[in-house]
Design a protein around this ligand. Structure first.
Ligand code: ADP
Length: 699
C-alpha cells in the first residue's frame, strides 16, 4: 500500500514537472507564432497601403463609428481636400467639406445619411462637382470573413472626360440624325458586318418597311435580288464606295438609287460603322439609257446612211466617169472629121481671092470649124479634169512670167477691141505659186479674154498680184466692162451658160469659166468673182505660195552636198532643155554655171525643141512633160522615131512623180527620170553620168 502511495506521489511530481515543461514549450511556440503573424500582418498592411495609394480611384474607409480608417492620396486629389481637413480622424469635417464642393449638396448629404443608416446597402451614382468634375461614386459595406460589419468603403473615380466625349458623341449623333431626317435621300447606318442600326423616315416612307423590319439584315428584302451585294463593299472595308442598286418602293416598283457609303472610324482608324445615303437616280438613268439607245440608233442610222451614200457616190462617180469617158471619146471622134474640114477649108481659102463669090462661105466654114474645135478642146479638158486624167505638173511658177505670157497672148484681141491691158504684177517681188504652168496660163488667158470680150471700147483690164491674209497668192483680173448681175453670177459656172452674151454677137462657148474653175480646184486653188453691173468685174484666183526655185537652190548651195564631182574635159557639151517654165529654165542656167563646158539650149515649146534637136544634135536633152503645144511624151516618141535624134539621151524632168508615169516614160526610151523640185546633187550626178557616158564631140 505504502509503495503504491509513494509511487503515486512520485507520479504526481513527475507529471507536474512535465506540465511545466509543456507550458513553457507552449509559451515559446505561441510567441514564435505571434512574431510570425505580426510580420505577416505588417507585410499585408504594406501591400494594402501600396495598393490603395496606387489606385486611380479615390478611396475612403470609415468604421461604424464614423472614424476614418483609411483614405488614399487620390481621394484628396479628386476632391481637392486640404490636408488639415483630411487629417482629422473623424469624418464629419471632411463630409462638410465635400458637401461644399458638390452641385447638389442636399441629395448628396441625404444619400450619405441614408447609407450610414443602412450599413448593408451598396450604392453607385454620379456626382457632379461645382468645378465641373464628374465622379463615379461607389459605396459598399466592409465586412469581415466572420460576417461582422466593420464600416463602409467609398470609392470615387474621375469620369469627367469619358462623360464629356460620350456627351459630344451623343450630340453629334443627334445632329447627324437631325440632318439625316431633313435631307431628301434615304439614310442608313450599319455596322461593318452590314447589320443596320439606323434608317431615316424617308426609308420607311419609300420602302413601306417598318424600322423593326429593316434593322439588322432586314433591309436586304427591299433590294432587287440582283443588286444585293452592296453590303460586301462595306465588309471589305475598302473606304468610301458608290454602287447603283434597285430598291423596291412600297407599291412594289423598283427604282434605281445611287448608294454611297462612308466609313465612320474611331480614334485608332478602324472602321466602326458605315454611314450611307441612297439617292434616287432612276429618272436620270432612264434618260441616260434612252440617250444611249438613241445614240446607238443614230450611229446605226449614220452607218447605214454612210453606206448608202458611199454606194450613191460610187454610182455617181461611175456615171460621171462614164459620161467623161463618153465625152472624151466623142470629142476625139469629132476632131478627126474637123481636121479634114479645117484642112481642106484652108486649101480652098488659099486658092480663092477676095473677089471670089465662095470666099465668104469658105471663111464662114473655117470660122465655124475653128469654133467647134475650141469647143471640143474645152469639152475634152473638162472631161479630163473630171475623170482625173489631166496630167498636171504642179511646180513653182513665177507669177510675173506667167502673167506676162498670158498678157502677150491676149494683146492682139485687146487692141482689136480697143481695150488697154495693164500688167501690175511687181517684177521685183518675184512671187511664185504652186501650179501647172500651162493650165494657170490657160485660166489667165480665159479671164483676160473675157475681160476684153465683155468690155466697152476704150475700157481697161488690170491684172495684179498680192498676198492674201491666208498666206496664199491672190491673182486678180479686173475689168471696166459690162459687169454681171447677182442673178447671173449664180449661173456663171454652169456649163454652156452664156448669160446675156447668148443674145449677142460675142463669140464664146459658155465653157471657159467652168473649165477655169475646175482647173483651179485641181491645182488646189480657187476662183471667185465680184461684179457690179455697168461698172465691171473682178475675177480672183488664189493659189498656194511657193518658194522660188533659185531661193531653194541658194539654201542647197550652202550645204556641203553640192560638191562638184564633174571632171572638166576639153569637150564642149550642148544640153537642150525643153521646158516651158521660165523659172525652171533660169534655175537650170544657174545650176549649169558650175559646168563651164556645158552650153544650155532652151526651148519653151515641144515643136521648137524638136527643131533644135534636129539642128544642133545636143549631147543631152532635158525634157519637161507639160508643154504648151505637144506633150513631152509626144516629143520623146518623135525623138525616138527619127534616126538623127534617136541616140540622144533624154532625161525627163517633171513634177509628176507617180510610179506608173515614171515607168511609162522610161519604157518609152527616157534614160532617166528626175522629179521636180530638182535635187541639185542628184541632178548634177545624172547630168555628169549622161555627158561623160556620151560620145566625144567630133573635132
Ligand atoms: P464664154 O465662152 O461665153 O465667154 P465663159 O464660161 O468664159 O464663156 O463665160 C460665161 C459667161 O459669163 C459669158 O458668156 C458672159 O456672159 C459672162 N462673163 C464671163 N466673163 C465676164 C466678164 N468679165 N464680164 C461680164 N460677163 C462675163
Amino acid at each position: 500500500m505504502a509503495t503504491k502511495k509513494r509511487r503515486s506521489y512520485v507520479d504526481r511530481r513527475q507529471s507536474a514537472r512535465d506540465g511545466r515543461r509543456h507550458a513553457a514549450l507552449l509559451r515559446a511556440r505561441t510567441l514564435a507564432d505571434r512574431n510570425r503573424s505580426d510580420q505577416e500582418l505588417l507585410a499585408k498592411t504594406a501591400f494594402l497601403e501600396a495598393l490603395v495609394n496606387s489606385s486611380i480611384d479615390g478611396m475612403l474607409v470609415v468604421d461604424s463609428h464614423g472614424r476614418k480608417v483609411l483614405q488614399n492620396l487620390r481621394m484628396n486629389e479628386l476632391w481637392d481636400i486640404p490636408l488639415e481637413v483630411s487629417g482629422d480622424v473623424d469624418d464629419a469635417a471632411q463630409i462638410l467639406y465635400v458637401l461644399s464642393q458638390v452641385k447638389d449638396p442636399e441629395s448628396f448629404g441625404e444619400t450619405i445619411r441614408y447609407l450610414y443608416a443602412h450599413p448593408e446597402e451598396t450604392d453607385r451614382r454620379e456626382i457632379h462637382l461645382i468645378n465641373g468634375k464628374i465622379l463615379d461614386r461607389y459605396s459598399s459595406p466592409v465586412r469581415g470573413h466572420d460576417g461582422r460589419h466593420y464600416g463602409r468603403i467609398w470609392t470615387f473615380r474621375d469620369v469627367t472626360s469619358a462623360r464629356r466625349s460620350e456627351q459630344a458623341l451623343a450630340e453629334s449623333e443627334e445632329k447627324l440624325r437631325t440632318l439625316a431626317e431633313s435631307i431628301p435621300q434615304m439614310v442608313f447606318v450599319c455596322k461593318v458586318d452590314g447589320w443596320n442600326t439606323y434608317f431615316n423616315h424617308q426609308w420607311v416612307q419609300y420602302t413601306g418597311m417598318t424600322l423593326e423590319e429593316s434593322f439588322g439584315h432586314g433591309w436586304n428584302k427591299a433590294f432587287h435580288a440582283d443588286d444585293r451585294g452592296h453590303g460586301s463593299h462595306a465588309n471589305e472595308g475598302r473606304g468610301a464606295y458608290e454602287v447603283e442598286s434597285r430598291i423596291r418602293r412600297a407599291d412594289g416598283v423598283y427604282r434605281w438609287f445611287l448608294i454611297r457609303g462612308q466609313p465612320l472610324e474611331n480614334g485608332d482608324g478602324s472602321v466602326t460603322s458605315w454611314f450611307g445615303t441612297c439617292t434616287d437616280i432612276h429618272d436620270l438613268k432612264m434618260a441616260e439609257e434612252a440617250l444611249l439607245n438613241a445614240q446607238d440608233e443614230l450611229e446605226a442610222r449614220v452607218v447605214q446612211r454612210t453606206k448608202d451614200l458611199t454606194i450613191a457616190i460610187d454610182e455617181a462617180q461611175r456615171a460621171n466617169h462614164a459620161k467623161s469617158e463618153f465625152l472624151s471619146r466623142m470629142s476625139h471622134e469629132l476632131r478627126t472629121p474637123l481636121n479634114a474640114i479645117l484642112g481642106f477649108g484652108q486649101i480652098l481659102d488659099m486658092g480663092r481671092d477676095a473677089s471670089c463669090p465662095d470666099k465668104e462661105s469658105i471663111q464662114l466654114i473655117l470660122k465655124s470649124g475653128r469654133h467647134l474645135l475650141a469647143l471640143i478642146n474645152e469639152v475634152l479638158d473638162i472631161a479630163g479634169v473630171e475623170a482625173g486624167r489631166l496630167g498636171l505638173s504642179i511646180e513653182p511658177i513665177a507669177v510675173r512670167d506667167v502673167v506676162a505670157e498670158a498678157c502677150a497672148l491676149v494683146c492682139p484681141l485687146a487692141s482689136q477691141n480697143m481695150i488697154e491691158v495693164q500688167d501690175e504684177v511687181d517684177e521685183q517681188e518675184n512671187l511664185h505659186v504652186l501650179a501647172d504652168n500651162q493650165r494657170l496660163k490657160q485660166v489667165l488667158i480665159n479671164l483676160l479674154s473675157n475681160g476684153i470680150k465683155y468690155n466697152k471700147p476704150g475700157g481697161r483690164i488690170t491684172i495684179s498680184c498680192s498676198k492674201a491674209p491666208s498666206g496664199r497668192i491672190r491673182l486678180a483680173v479686173q475689168d471696166t466692162g459690162i459687169g454681171i448681175s447677182r442673178e447671173e453670177r449664180e449661173k456663171l459656172f454652169v456649163p454652156f451658160e452664156r448669160l446675156s452674151a447668148s443674145n449677142s454677137t460675142i463669140e464664146g462657148s459658155g465653157l471657159g469659166l467652168v473649165l477655169s474653175q475646175r482647173l483651179m480646184t485641181a491645182m488646189h486653188g480657187t476662183l471667185e468673182v465680184e461684179s457690179e453691173p455697168g461698172k465691171g468685174s473682178t475675177f480672183t484666183c488664189e493659189l498656194p505660195l511657193a518658194i522660188p526655185p533659185l531661193e531653194a537652190l541658194a539654201d542647197l548651195a550652202a550645204s556641203p552636198k553640192d560638191v562638184c564631182k564633174f571632171v572638166p574635159t576639153d569637150h564642149a557639151f550642148t544640153v537642150l532643155c525643153i521646158e516651158d517654165n521660165l523659172s525652171n529654165l533660169r534655175l537650170l542656167q544657174v545650176i549649169l554655171a558650175s559646168r563651164p563646158g556645158v552650153r544650155l539650149l532652151p526651148a519653151m515649146q515641144g515643136s521648137l525643141g524638136m527643131e533644135l534637136a534636129r539642128q544642133h544634135h545636143p549631147d543631152l536633152i532635158l525634157l519637161d512633160l507639160n508643154l504648151p503645144d505637144i506633150s513631152g511624151k509626144e516629143v520623146l516618141d518623135l525623138l525616138q522615131q527619127e534616126d538623127a535624134t534617136k541616140n540622144i539621151p533624154v532625161v525627163v524632168v517633171s513634177a509628176d512623180a507617180t510610179p506608173p508615169q515614171i515607168a511609162r516614160l522610161l519604157a518609152a526610151g527616157a534614160k532617166a527620170y528626175l522629179t521636180k523640185p530638182i535635187e541639185v546633187p542628184e541632178f548634177l550626178g545624172t547630168l555628169d553620168a549622161m555627158l561623160l557616158g556620151s560620145r566625144p564631140k567630133p573635132t
